[in-house]
Design a protein around this ligand. Structure first.
Ligand code: C2E
Ligand code: CA
Ligand code: CA
Length: 558
Protein backbone atom coordinates (compact mmCIF):
# COMPACT_ATOMS: atom_id res chain seq x y z
CA UNK A 1 0.00 0.00 0.00
CA UNK A 2 1.40 3.39 -0.98
CA UNK A 3 0.57 6.64 0.76
CA UNK A 4 0.38 9.38 -1.92
CA UNK A 5 3.29 11.44 -0.68
CA UNK A 6 3.30 13.77 -3.74
CA UNK A 7 -0.24 14.78 -2.93
CA UNK A 8 0.81 15.84 0.55
CA UNK A 9 3.77 17.94 -0.67
CA UNK A 10 1.61 19.55 -3.36
CA UNK A 11 -0.86 20.57 -0.71
CA UNK A 12 1.96 21.98 1.40
CA UNK A 13 3.38 24.04 -1.52
CA UNK A 14 -0.06 25.36 -2.29
CA UNK A 15 -0.57 26.38 1.34
CA UNK A 16 2.81 28.13 1.45
CA UNK A 17 2.03 30.07 -1.75
CA UNK A 18 -1.32 31.02 -0.23
CA UNK A 19 0.30 32.27 2.98
CA UNK A 20 2.93 34.10 0.98
CA UNK A 21 0.38 35.88 -1.18
CA UNK A 22 -1.57 36.80 1.97
CA UNK A 23 1.56 38.37 3.46
CA UNK A 24 2.25 40.21 0.18
CA UNK A 25 -1.34 41.40 0.02
CA UNK A 26 -1.14 42.84 3.53
CA UNK A 27 2.18 44.51 2.66
CA UNK A 28 0.48 46.09 -0.39
CA UNK A 29 -2.38 47.29 1.83
CA UNK A 30 0.27 48.80 4.12
CA UNK A 31 1.94 50.55 1.18
CA UNK A 32 -1.42 51.88 -0.12
CA UNK A 33 -2.44 53.09 3.34
CA UNK A 34 0.98 54.77 3.76
CA UNK A 35 0.73 56.48 0.35
CA UNK A 36 -2.81 57.69 1.12
CA UNK A 37 -1.53 58.94 4.51
CA UNK A 38 1.32 60.80 2.79
CA UNK A 39 -1.10 62.41 0.31
CA UNK A 40 -3.52 63.44 3.07
CA UNK A 41 -0.70 64.71 5.30
CA UNK A 42 0.94 66.66 2.44
CA UNK A 43 -2.40 68.19 1.33
CA UNK A 44 -3.26 68.98 4.98
CA UNK A 45 0.09 70.56 5.63
CA UNK A 46 -0.18 72.71 2.45
CA UNK A 47 -3.68 73.82 3.39
CA UNK A 48 -2.66 74.70 6.98
CA UNK A 49 0.39 76.65 5.80
CA UNK A 50 -1.14 78.60 2.89
CA UNK A 51 -4.92 78.41 3.35
CA UNK A 52 -5.15 76.89 -0.15
CA UNK A 53 -3.81 73.94 -2.15
CA UNK A 54 -1.35 74.35 -5.01
CA UNK A 55 1.28 72.20 -6.67
CA UNK A 56 3.94 74.49 -5.38
CA UNK A 57 2.48 74.38 -1.88
CA UNK A 58 2.50 70.58 -1.99
CA UNK A 59 6.13 70.58 -3.15
CA UNK A 60 7.05 73.02 -0.33
CA UNK A 61 5.32 70.86 2.28
CA UNK A 62 7.21 67.80 1.10
CA UNK A 63 10.48 69.68 1.11
CA UNK A 64 10.21 71.39 4.50
CA UNK A 65 8.06 69.15 6.74
CA UNK A 66 10.30 66.59 8.54
CA UNK A 67 7.31 64.63 9.76
CA UNK A 68 6.30 64.02 6.12
CA UNK A 69 9.76 62.63 5.44
CA UNK A 70 9.20 59.99 8.11
CA UNK A 71 5.83 59.29 6.56
CA UNK A 72 7.42 59.02 3.11
CA UNK A 73 9.63 56.22 4.39
CA UNK A 74 6.60 54.11 5.42
CA UNK A 75 5.69 52.57 2.00
CA UNK A 76 9.27 51.32 1.69
CA UNK A 77 9.18 49.97 5.24
CA UNK A 78 5.87 48.17 4.52
CA UNK A 79 7.11 46.80 1.21
CA UNK A 80 10.32 45.55 2.79
CA UNK A 81 8.51 44.15 5.83
CA UNK A 82 6.01 42.32 3.58
CA UNK A 83 8.80 40.73 1.58
CA UNK A 84 10.69 39.84 4.75
CA UNK A 85 7.68 38.21 6.45
CA UNK A 86 6.73 36.21 3.36
CA UNK A 87 10.33 34.98 3.02
CA UNK A 88 10.29 33.82 6.64
CA UNK A 89 6.94 32.09 6.10
CA UNK A 90 8.30 30.35 3.03
CA UNK A 91 11.39 29.25 4.91
CA UNK A 92 9.46 27.94 7.92
CA UNK A 93 6.94 26.20 5.71
CA UNK A 94 9.61 24.48 3.68
CA UNK A 95 11.30 23.32 6.90
CA UNK A 96 7.91 22.05 8.07
CA UNK A 97 7.34 20.23 4.77
CA UNK A 98 10.71 18.54 4.97
CA UNK A 99 10.07 17.46 8.54
CA UNK A 100 6.55 16.23 7.85
CA UNK A 101 7.56 14.48 4.66
CA UNK A 102 10.21 12.61 6.63
CA UNK A 103 7.65 11.70 9.27
CA UNK A 104 5.20 10.55 6.60
CA UNK A 105 7.88 8.50 4.89
CA UNK A 106 8.62 6.81 8.22
CA UNK A 107 4.94 6.15 8.81
CA UNK A 108 4.60 4.72 5.32
CA UNK A 109 7.54 2.43 5.88
CA UNK A 110 6.13 1.28 9.23
CA UNK A 111 2.75 0.71 7.62
CA UNK A 112 4.24 -1.24 4.75
CA UNK A 113 6.22 -3.28 7.23
CA UNK A 114 3.10 -3.95 9.29
CA UNK A 115 1.06 -4.91 6.23
CA UNK A 116 3.83 -7.22 5.12
CA UNK A 117 4.11 -8.72 8.64
CA UNK A 118 0.34 -9.22 8.91
CA UNK A 119 0.18 -10.99 5.61
CA UNK A 120 2.85 -13.44 6.75
CA UNK A 121 2.12 -13.72 10.48
CA UNK A 122 -0.73 -14.77 12.69
CA UNK A 123 -2.29 -11.81 14.49
CA UNK A 124 -3.13 -13.65 17.71
CA UNK A 125 0.21 -15.27 18.45
CA UNK A 126 2.56 -13.28 16.24
CA UNK A 127 3.88 -16.55 14.81
CA UNK A 128 4.52 -17.05 11.08
CA UNK A 129 1.34 -18.12 9.30
CA UNK A 130 0.75 -20.91 6.82
CA UNK A 131 1.90 -18.94 3.79
CA UNK A 132 5.21 -17.92 5.40
CA UNK A 133 5.78 -21.49 6.57
CA UNK A 134 5.20 -22.85 3.07
CA UNK A 135 7.51 -20.19 1.69
CA UNK A 136 10.29 -21.08 4.11
CA UNK A 137 9.78 -24.77 3.41
CA UNK A 138 10.00 -24.14 -0.32
CA UNK A 139 13.28 -22.28 0.10
CA UNK A 140 14.74 -24.85 2.49
CA UNK A 141 13.80 -27.71 0.15
CA UNK A 142 15.63 -25.95 -2.68
CA UNK A 143 18.79 -25.71 -0.59
CA UNK A 144 18.38 -29.18 0.94
CA UNK A 145 18.29 -30.81 -2.51
CA UNK A 146 21.79 -29.55 -3.21
CA UNK A 147 23.26 -30.02 0.28
CA UNK A 148 21.43 -33.28 1.05
CA UNK A 149 20.17 -31.69 4.25
CA UNK A 150 17.47 -33.48 6.26
CA UNK A 151 14.28 -31.51 6.98
CA UNK A 152 11.31 -32.26 9.22
CA UNK A 153 7.77 -30.96 9.43
CA UNK A 154 5.65 -31.47 12.54
CA UNK A 155 1.94 -30.65 12.56
CA UNK A 156 0.47 -30.22 16.03
CA UNK A 157 -3.22 -30.13 16.82
CA UNK A 158 -4.50 -29.48 20.33
CA UNK A 159 -6.82 -32.16 21.68
CA UNK A 160 -10.33 -31.07 22.71
CA UNK A 161 -9.64 -27.43 21.91
CA UNK A 162 -13.18 -27.05 20.67
CA UNK A 163 -14.38 -28.07 24.12
CA UNK A 164 -12.20 -25.39 25.71
CA UNK A 165 -13.60 -22.80 23.33
CA UNK A 166 -17.18 -23.96 23.76
CA UNK A 167 -17.10 -24.23 27.51
CA UNK A 168 -14.66 -21.54 28.64
CA UNK A 169 -15.29 -19.09 25.82
CA UNK A 170 -13.25 -17.77 22.90
CA UNK A 171 -11.28 -15.34 25.05
CA UNK A 172 -9.91 -18.20 27.15
CA UNK A 173 -9.37 -20.24 23.99
CA UNK A 174 -7.26 -17.39 22.59
CA UNK A 175 -5.29 -17.18 25.84
CA UNK A 176 -4.57 -20.88 25.61
CA UNK A 177 -3.32 -20.54 22.02
CA UNK A 178 -1.04 -17.67 23.07
CA UNK A 179 0.35 -19.68 25.97
CA UNK A 180 0.98 -22.68 23.74
CA UNK A 181 2.77 -20.44 21.26
CA UNK A 182 4.98 -18.92 23.98
CA UNK A 183 5.86 -22.28 25.44
CA UNK A 184 6.76 -23.68 22.02
CA UNK A 185 8.97 -20.69 21.29
CA UNK A 186 10.76 -21.12 24.60
CA UNK A 187 11.25 -24.83 24.07
CA UNK A 188 12.63 -24.69 20.52
CA UNK A 189 15.54 -22.92 18.86
CA UNK A 190 15.09 -19.59 17.09
CA UNK A 191 16.22 -21.23 13.86
CA UNK A 192 13.19 -23.55 13.94
CA UNK A 193 10.07 -22.12 12.32
CA UNK A 194 7.03 -22.33 14.57
CA UNK A 195 3.88 -21.41 12.70
CA UNK A 196 0.18 -21.24 13.45
CA UNK A 197 -1.75 -22.86 10.64
CA UNK A 198 -5.14 -21.74 11.90
CA UNK A 199 -7.53 -22.74 14.69
CA UNK A 200 -5.72 -24.96 17.15
CA UNK A 201 -3.21 -26.21 14.59
CA UNK A 202 0.48 -25.35 14.80
CA UNK A 203 3.48 -26.46 12.76
CA UNK A 204 7.15 -26.76 13.52
CA UNK A 205 9.58 -26.84 10.63
CA UNK A 206 13.14 -27.95 11.30
CA UNK A 207 15.70 -27.01 8.68
CA UNK A 208 18.84 -27.86 10.64
CA UNK A 209 18.30 -31.51 11.47
CA UNK A 210 21.56 -33.43 11.44
CA UNK A 211 20.10 -36.89 11.85
CA UNK A 212 16.65 -38.45 11.77
CA UNK A 213 17.01 -39.64 15.38
CA UNK A 214 17.10 -36.00 16.52
CA UNK A 215 13.41 -35.80 15.75
CA UNK A 216 12.74 -37.83 18.90
CA UNK A 217 14.56 -35.19 20.95
CA UNK A 218 12.37 -32.45 19.44
CA UNK A 219 9.23 -34.53 20.02
CA UNK A 220 10.23 -35.03 23.66
CA UNK A 221 10.70 -31.26 24.00
CA UNK A 222 7.26 -30.58 22.54
CA UNK A 223 5.59 -33.26 24.65
CA UNK A 224 7.18 -31.63 27.71
CA UNK A 225 5.60 -28.31 26.71
CA UNK A 226 2.22 -29.94 27.33
CA UNK A 227 3.19 -31.84 30.47
CA UNK A 228 2.28 -29.08 32.90
CA UNK A 229 -1.22 -27.59 33.05
CA UNK A 230 -2.08 -24.26 31.43
CA UNK A 231 -3.63 -21.74 33.78
CA UNK A 232 -6.53 -19.85 32.26
CA UNK A 233 -9.74 -18.89 33.96
CA UNK A 234 -9.64 -18.09 37.66
CA UNK A 235 -6.44 -20.01 38.14
CA UNK A 236 -8.10 -23.23 37.07
CA UNK A 237 -5.33 -25.47 35.75
CA UNK A 238 -6.18 -27.02 32.43
CA UNK A 239 -4.43 -30.09 31.15
CA UNK A 240 -4.05 -29.78 27.41
CA UNK A 241 -2.49 -32.37 25.17
CA UNK A 242 -1.74 -32.31 21.50
CA UNK A 243 -1.40 -34.81 18.69
CA UNK A 244 1.59 -34.52 16.40
CA UNK A 245 2.12 -35.81 12.86
CA UNK A 246 5.64 -35.86 11.46
CA UNK A 247 7.11 -36.05 7.94
CA UNK A 248 10.76 -36.04 6.98
CA UNK A 249 12.35 -34.71 3.80
CA UNK A 250 13.29 -36.44 1.56
CA UNK A 251 11.98 -39.72 2.98
CA UNK A 252 8.25 -38.94 3.14
CA UNK A 253 7.94 -36.33 0.44
CA UNK A 254 10.07 -34.16 -1.78
CA UNK A 255 7.79 -31.20 -2.16
CA UNK A 256 5.95 -28.91 0.22
CA UNK A 257 2.42 -30.16 -0.54
CA UNK A 258 3.24 -33.83 0.00
CA UNK A 259 5.09 -33.15 3.24
CA UNK A 260 2.21 -31.08 4.61
CA UNK A 261 -0.50 -33.51 3.52
CA UNK A 262 1.25 -36.52 4.97
CA UNK A 263 2.11 -34.77 8.24
CA UNK A 264 -1.58 -33.89 8.47
CA UNK A 265 -2.61 -37.50 7.90
CA UNK A 266 -0.11 -38.73 10.50
CA UNK A 267 -1.50 -36.16 12.95
CA UNK A 268 -5.11 -37.33 12.38
CA UNK A 269 -4.17 -40.94 12.90
CA UNK A 270 -2.18 -40.04 16.04
CA UNK A 271 -5.21 -38.18 17.39
CA UNK A 272 -7.67 -40.94 16.65
CA UNK A 273 -5.46 -43.59 18.14
CA UNK A 274 -4.75 -41.38 21.16
CA UNK A 275 -1.02 -41.29 20.56
CA UNK A 276 1.08 -38.23 21.31
CA UNK A 277 2.74 -38.35 17.91
CA UNK A 278 3.11 -40.43 14.80
CA UNK A 279 5.82 -40.34 12.16
CA UNK A 280 4.29 -40.83 8.70
CA UNK A 281 4.48 -44.19 6.97
CA UNK A 282 2.66 -45.34 3.84
CA UNK A 283 0.71 -47.89 5.97
CA UNK A 284 -1.27 -45.22 7.73
CA UNK A 285 -2.38 -43.57 4.54
CA UNK A 286 -5.13 -46.03 3.71
CA UNK A 287 -6.46 -46.00 7.24
CA UNK A 288 -6.54 -42.24 7.33
CA UNK A 289 -8.24 -41.68 4.02
CA UNK A 290 -11.08 -43.88 5.30
CA UNK A 291 -11.27 -41.64 8.38
CA UNK A 292 -11.32 -38.47 6.38
CA UNK A 293 -14.08 -39.83 4.15
CA UNK A 294 -16.07 -40.85 7.20
CA UNK A 295 -15.74 -37.42 8.69
CA UNK A 296 -17.16 -35.86 5.55
CA UNK A 297 -20.03 -38.38 5.43
CA UNK A 298 -21.29 -38.15 8.99
CA UNK A 299 -23.44 -35.09 8.53
CA UNK A 300 -25.25 -36.62 5.55
CA UNK A 301 -25.62 -39.93 7.38
CA UNK A 302 -27.44 -38.24 10.25
CA UNK A 303 -29.88 -36.68 7.80
CA UNK A 304 -30.32 -40.00 5.98
CA UNK A 305 -31.12 -41.85 9.21
CA UNK A 306 -28.09 -44.09 8.89
CA UNK A 307 -27.57 -44.06 12.64
CA UNK A 308 -29.11 -46.74 14.84
CA UNK A 309 -29.72 -46.80 18.55
CA UNK A 310 -28.94 -49.85 20.65
CA UNK A 311 -30.32 -50.49 24.10
CA UNK A 312 -28.68 -51.98 27.16
CA UNK A 313 -30.75 -52.64 30.30
CA UNK A 314 -30.13 -51.28 33.79
CA UNK A 315 -31.30 -54.09 36.08
CA UNK A 316 -32.33 -53.75 39.75
CA UNK A 317 -29.81 -55.74 41.82
CA UNK A 318 -32.50 -56.95 44.28
CA UNK A 319 -35.58 -57.62 42.16
CA UNK A 320 -33.87 -58.11 38.77
CA UNK A 321 -36.51 -55.79 37.30
CA UNK A 322 -35.38 -53.90 34.21
CA UNK A 323 -35.86 -50.32 35.37
CA UNK A 324 -34.25 -48.45 32.56
CA UNK A 325 -32.21 -48.71 29.37
CA UNK A 326 -29.10 -46.91 28.26
CA UNK A 327 -29.27 -45.70 24.67
CA UNK A 328 -26.03 -46.20 22.73
CA UNK A 329 -25.66 -45.00 19.17
CA UNK A 330 -24.04 -46.85 16.27
CA UNK A 331 -23.52 -45.88 12.65
CA UNK A 332 -24.83 -48.38 10.10
CA UNK A 333 -22.47 -47.49 7.27
CA UNK A 334 -23.32 -48.63 3.74
CA UNK A 335 -19.76 -49.61 2.99
CA UNK A 336 -18.00 -50.18 6.30
CA UNK A 337 -20.82 -51.87 8.22
CA UNK A 338 -21.56 -51.13 11.86
CA UNK A 339 -19.30 -48.41 13.23
CA UNK A 340 -18.98 -48.12 17.02
CA UNK A 341 -19.44 -44.76 18.77
CA UNK A 342 -15.78 -44.54 19.81
CA UNK A 343 -15.00 -44.25 16.10
CA UNK A 344 -17.19 -41.24 15.40
CA UNK A 345 -18.39 -39.56 18.61
CA UNK A 346 -15.04 -37.82 19.28
CA UNK A 347 -15.04 -36.74 15.64
CA UNK A 348 -18.63 -35.47 15.94
CA UNK A 349 -17.62 -33.53 19.04
CA UNK A 350 -14.71 -31.95 17.23
CA UNK A 351 -16.67 -30.98 14.15
CA UNK A 352 -19.78 -29.68 15.91
CA UNK A 353 -21.93 -32.51 14.53
CA UNK A 354 -22.60 -33.75 18.05
CA UNK A 355 -25.60 -31.37 18.24
CA UNK A 356 -27.54 -32.84 15.30
CA UNK A 357 -26.38 -36.33 16.30
CA UNK A 358 -27.75 -35.95 19.85
CA UNK A 359 -31.00 -34.57 18.48
CA UNK A 360 -31.31 -37.58 16.23
CA UNK A 361 -30.63 -39.96 19.16
CA UNK A 362 -33.14 -38.14 21.38
CA UNK A 363 -35.84 -38.34 18.72
CA UNK A 364 -35.22 -42.02 18.02
CA UNK A 365 -35.27 -42.69 21.78
CA UNK A 366 -38.58 -40.91 22.25
CA UNK A 367 -40.06 -42.91 19.39
CA UNK A 368 -39.03 -46.20 21.02
CA UNK A 369 -40.23 -45.06 24.45
CA UNK A 370 -43.57 -43.99 23.02
CA UNK A 371 -44.07 -47.44 21.52
CA UNK A 372 -43.13 -49.20 24.81
CA UNK A 373 -45.28 -46.89 26.91
CA UNK A 374 -48.15 -47.68 24.53
CA UNK A 375 -47.60 -51.37 25.30
CA UNK A 376 -47.61 -50.68 29.03
CA UNK A 377 -43.86 -51.00 29.36
CA UNK A 378 -42.88 -48.05 31.58
CA UNK A 379 -39.18 -47.96 30.77
CA UNK A 380 -36.95 -44.99 31.36
CA UNK A 381 -34.19 -44.25 28.83
CA UNK A 382 -30.76 -42.73 29.52
CA UNK A 383 -29.17 -40.79 26.69
CA UNK A 384 -25.48 -39.87 26.69
CA UNK A 385 -24.91 -36.13 26.47
CA UNK A 386 -21.61 -34.60 25.42
CA UNK A 387 -20.28 -31.48 27.06
CA UNK A 388 -21.19 -29.21 24.15
CA UNK A 389 -24.79 -30.40 24.30
CA UNK A 390 -24.98 -30.05 28.08
CA UNK A 391 -23.69 -26.49 27.95
CA UNK A 392 -26.13 -25.51 25.22
CA UNK A 393 -28.49 -23.10 27.02
CA UNK A 394 -31.32 -24.21 24.73
CA UNK A 395 -31.09 -27.85 25.90
CA UNK A 396 -33.89 -27.66 28.54
CA UNK A 397 -36.31 -26.08 26.06
CA UNK A 398 -35.35 -28.48 23.26
CA UNK A 399 -36.05 -31.43 25.56
CA UNK A 400 -39.33 -30.00 26.81
CA UNK A 401 -40.46 -29.46 23.23
CA UNK A 402 -39.43 -32.93 22.20
CA UNK A 403 -41.18 -34.68 25.11
CA UNK A 404 -44.31 -32.61 24.61
CA UNK A 405 -44.41 -33.42 20.89
CA UNK A 406 -44.52 -37.16 21.60
CA UNK A 407 -46.61 -36.77 24.76
CA UNK A 408 -44.25 -38.59 27.11
CA UNK A 409 -43.84 -37.87 30.83
CA UNK A 410 -40.78 -35.71 31.55
CA UNK A 411 -39.23 -38.32 33.82
CA UNK A 412 -39.04 -40.90 31.03
CA UNK A 413 -35.76 -39.35 29.88
CA UNK A 414 -32.53 -39.34 31.82
CA UNK A 415 -29.32 -37.69 30.67
CA UNK A 416 -25.91 -39.26 31.29
CA UNK A 417 -23.24 -36.63 31.64
CA UNK A 418 -19.64 -36.90 32.78
CA UNK A 419 -17.92 -35.18 35.69
CA UNK A 420 -15.49 -33.59 33.28
CA UNK A 421 -18.18 -31.87 31.29
CA UNK A 422 -19.54 -30.30 34.47
CA UNK A 423 -16.09 -29.24 35.64
CA UNK A 424 -15.41 -27.44 32.37
CA UNK A 425 -17.79 -24.68 33.36
CA UNK A 426 -19.37 -25.58 36.69
CA UNK A 427 -21.38 -22.38 36.96
CA UNK A 428 -23.12 -22.70 33.60
CA UNK A 429 -23.48 -26.48 33.94
CA UNK A 430 -25.14 -26.12 37.35
CA UNK A 431 -27.53 -23.52 36.00
CA UNK A 432 -28.61 -25.82 33.17
CA UNK A 433 -28.80 -28.84 35.47
CA UNK A 434 -31.10 -27.02 37.87
CA UNK A 435 -33.26 -25.93 34.95
CA UNK A 436 -33.47 -29.56 33.79
CA UNK A 437 -34.46 -30.71 37.25
CA UNK A 438 -37.18 -28.06 37.37
CA UNK A 439 -38.55 -29.55 34.17
CA UNK A 440 -38.35 -33.05 35.64
CA UNK A 441 -35.52 -34.54 33.58
CA UNK A 442 -33.14 -36.62 35.67
CA UNK A 443 -29.37 -36.57 35.46
CA UNK A 444 -26.88 -39.38 35.89
CA UNK A 445 -23.14 -38.88 36.40
CA UNK A 446 -21.44 -41.28 33.99
CA UNK A 447 -17.94 -42.79 34.20
CA UNK A 448 -17.73 -41.71 37.82
CA UNK A 449 -14.19 -41.77 39.18
CA UNK A 450 -12.41 -41.26 35.88
CA UNK A 451 -12.64 -37.51 35.38
CA UNK A 452 -11.62 -34.49 37.39
CA UNK A 453 -12.43 -35.19 40.97
CA UNK A 454 -15.51 -33.22 41.74
CA UNK A 455 -16.63 -34.72 45.02
CA UNK A 456 -17.37 -31.28 46.40
CA UNK A 457 -19.60 -30.52 43.40
CA UNK A 458 -21.40 -33.85 43.52
CA UNK A 459 -23.20 -32.78 46.70
CA UNK A 460 -24.34 -29.53 45.09
CA UNK A 461 -25.45 -30.97 41.78
CA UNK A 462 -29.10 -31.74 41.13
CA UNK A 463 -28.40 -35.31 40.00
CA UNK A 464 -30.22 -38.48 40.89
CA UNK A 465 -27.83 -41.21 39.82
CA UNK A 466 -24.13 -41.97 39.71
CA UNK A 467 -22.60 -44.63 37.46
CA UNK A 468 -19.41 -46.32 38.57
CA UNK A 469 -17.12 -46.61 35.58
CA UNK A 470 -16.69 -50.07 34.12
CA UNK A 471 -12.92 -49.90 34.53
CA UNK A 472 -13.38 -50.22 38.34
CA UNK A 473 -16.26 -52.69 38.19
CA UNK A 474 -14.67 -55.17 35.80
CA UNK A 475 -11.58 -55.65 37.98
CA UNK A 476 -13.16 -55.21 41.42
CA UNK A 477 -12.69 -58.85 42.37
CA UNK A 478 -9.02 -58.85 41.39
CA UNK A 479 -7.82 -55.42 42.39
CA UNK A 480 -8.26 -54.31 45.96
CA UNK A 481 -7.99 -50.64 44.98
CA UNK A 482 -10.89 -50.97 42.52
CA UNK A 483 -12.98 -52.76 45.15
CA UNK A 484 -12.38 -49.85 47.55
CA UNK A 485 -13.38 -47.30 44.89
CA UNK A 486 -16.56 -49.25 44.08
CA UNK A 487 -17.52 -49.59 47.73
CA UNK A 488 -16.81 -45.94 48.57
CA UNK A 489 -18.71 -44.69 45.53
CA UNK A 490 -21.75 -46.74 46.54
CA UNK A 491 -21.55 -45.34 50.10
CA UNK A 492 -20.95 -41.80 48.91
CA UNK A 493 -23.82 -42.00 46.40
CA UNK A 494 -26.20 -43.31 49.05
CA UNK A 495 -25.13 -40.69 51.58
CA UNK A 496 -26.00 -38.06 49.01
CA UNK A 497 -29.36 -39.72 48.36
CA UNK A 498 -28.43 -40.94 44.86
CA UNK A 499 -29.06 -44.22 43.10
CA UNK A 500 -25.86 -46.05 42.25
CA UNK A 501 -25.41 -47.95 38.98
CA UNK A 502 -22.48 -50.23 38.17
CA UNK A 503 -21.65 -50.58 34.48
CA UNK A 504 -19.45 -53.30 32.97
CA UNK A 505 -21.01 -56.11 35.02
CA UNK A 506 -19.80 -59.19 33.15
CA UNK A 507 -20.02 -62.00 35.71
CA UNK A 508 -22.44 -63.36 38.27
CA UNK A 509 -19.77 -63.06 40.98
CA UNK A 510 -19.41 -59.37 40.36
CA UNK A 511 -23.19 -58.92 40.27
CA UNK A 512 -23.48 -60.76 43.59
CA UNK A 513 -20.73 -58.71 45.22
CA UNK A 514 -22.30 -55.46 43.97
CA UNK A 515 -25.67 -56.57 45.31
CA UNK A 516 -24.09 -57.27 48.70
CA UNK A 517 -22.52 -53.79 48.70
CA UNK A 518 -25.96 -52.28 48.09
CA UNK A 519 -25.42 -51.14 44.50
CA UNK A 520 -28.89 -50.34 43.17
CA UNK A 521 -28.68 -51.04 39.45
CA UNK A 522 -26.47 -53.29 37.34
CA UNK A 523 -25.63 -52.93 33.66
CA UNK A 524 -23.33 -55.13 31.62
CA UNK A 525 -22.74 -58.03 29.29
CA UNK A 526 -23.89 -60.43 32.04
CA UNK A 527 -27.42 -59.45 31.08
CA UNK A 528 -26.90 -58.44 27.48
CA UNK A 529 -24.65 -56.40 25.25
CA UNK A 530 -26.33 -53.30 23.82
CA UNK A 531 -28.77 -54.55 21.11
CA UNK A 532 -31.14 -53.02 18.54
CA UNK A 533 -34.75 -52.41 19.50
CA UNK A 534 -36.27 -55.68 18.19
CA UNK A 535 -33.54 -57.77 19.78
CA UNK A 536 -33.94 -55.85 23.01
CA UNK A 537 -37.66 -56.62 23.10
CA UNK A 538 -36.97 -60.34 22.54
CA UNK A 539 -34.32 -60.30 25.25
CA UNK A 540 -36.67 -58.52 27.65
CA UNK A 541 -39.40 -61.12 27.15
CA UNK A 542 -36.97 -64.01 27.61
CA UNK A 543 -35.41 -62.35 30.67
CA UNK A 544 -38.84 -61.80 32.26
CA UNK A 545 -39.82 -65.41 31.61
CA UNK A 546 -36.56 -66.68 33.10
CA UNK A 547 -37.01 -64.43 36.12
CA UNK A 548 -40.58 -65.65 36.64
CA UNK A 549 -39.49 -69.28 36.39
CA UNK A 550 -36.68 -68.67 38.87
CA UNK A 551 -39.06 -67.02 41.30
CA UNK A 552 -41.54 -69.89 40.92
CA UNK A 553 -38.76 -72.40 41.61
CA UNK A 554 -37.67 -70.40 44.67
CA UNK A 555 -41.25 -70.29 45.98
CA UNK A 556 -41.49 -74.06 45.55
CA UNK A 557 -38.39 -74.75 47.63
CA UNK A 558 -39.44 -72.32 50.41
P1 C2E B 1 -20.50 -45.17 28.00
O1 C2E B 1 -21.56 -44.13 28.14
O2 C2E B 1 -19.60 -45.35 29.16
O3 C2E B 1 -21.25 -46.47 27.57
C1 C2E B 1 -20.97 -47.71 28.11
C2 C2E B 1 -20.11 -48.47 27.18
O4 C2E B 1 -19.69 -49.65 27.85
C3 C2E B 1 -20.85 -48.93 25.92
O5 C2E B 1 -19.93 -48.93 24.85
C4 C2E B 1 -21.22 -50.35 26.27
O6 C2E B 1 -21.35 -51.19 25.14
C5 C2E B 1 -20.02 -50.78 27.08
N1 C2E B 1 -20.37 -51.85 28.00
C6 C2E B 1 -21.54 -52.09 28.61
N2 C2E B 1 -21.48 -53.17 29.36
C7 C2E B 1 -20.23 -53.68 29.25
C8 C2E B 1 -19.56 -54.81 29.80
O7 C2E B 1 -20.09 -55.60 30.56
N3 C2E B 1 -18.26 -54.97 29.43
C9 C2E B 1 -17.63 -54.13 28.58
N4 C2E B 1 -16.37 -54.40 28.26
N5 C2E B 1 -18.23 -53.07 28.05
C10 C2E B 1 -19.53 -52.84 28.38
P2 C2E B 1 -20.32 -48.30 23.48
O8 C2E B 1 -21.72 -48.56 23.14
O9 C2E B 1 -19.26 -48.68 22.53
O10 C2E B 1 -20.22 -46.75 23.79
C11 C2E B 1 -19.01 -46.18 24.02
C12 C2E B 1 -19.17 -44.75 24.42
O11 C2E B 1 -19.66 -43.97 23.34
C13 C2E B 1 -20.18 -44.55 25.51
O12 C2E B 1 -19.58 -44.83 26.73
C14 C2E B 1 -20.51 -43.09 25.35
O13 C2E B 1 -19.55 -42.30 25.99
C15 C2E B 1 -20.38 -42.88 23.86
N6 C2E B 1 -21.71 -42.86 23.27
C16 C2E B 1 -22.48 -43.88 22.84
N7 C2E B 1 -23.63 -43.41 22.35
C17 C2E B 1 -23.62 -42.08 22.48
C18 C2E B 1 -24.54 -41.01 22.15
O14 C2E B 1 -25.64 -41.21 21.68
N8 C2E B 1 -24.13 -39.73 22.42
C19 C2E B 1 -22.93 -39.47 22.99
N9 C2E B 1 -22.64 -38.20 23.23
N10 C2E B 1 -22.07 -40.43 23.31
C20 C2E B 1 -22.39 -41.72 23.06
CA1 CA C 1 -23.16 -43.73 29.40
CA1 CA D 1 -19.91 -45.08 31.26
Amino acid sequence: MQVPLSLHSQTFSRNVALMRSKATRHAIYGVVIAVVAIIIATVGSDFLNHGSISLNGLYQAQKENYVLWVLDALPFIFAFWGQYVSSIIAYEASAMITEQTEELRQQTMDLEHKVMHNSTHDLLTGLPNRSLLLDRMQQAIGVAYRSEQLLALLILDLDHFKEVNDTLGHYQGDLLLQQVSLRLQNALRPSDTIARLGGDEFAVFLSTLSNSKDIKVILAKITKVFSSPFVLKEDMPLNVKCSIGVTLFPEHGQDVDTLVQRADIAMYVAKNSQRDYLIYSSKIDQHSSQRLTLMAELSQSIENDELVIYFQPKVCSRTLDVEAVEVLVRWQHKKFGLIMPDQFIPMAERTGLIGPLTNWVLQATCKALKKWHGQGLQLKASVNIAVQTLLDPDLPETLTGLLASVDLPKDSLMLEITETSVMNDPELALKILFRLREIGIEISIDDFGTGYSSLSYLGEMPVSEVKIDKSFVMEMLNREKDAVIVKSTIDLGHNLGLKVVAEGVETKEIARRLGALGCDLLQGYLFTKPVPVAEFETWLTAFSVKKAEKRAAQNKTE
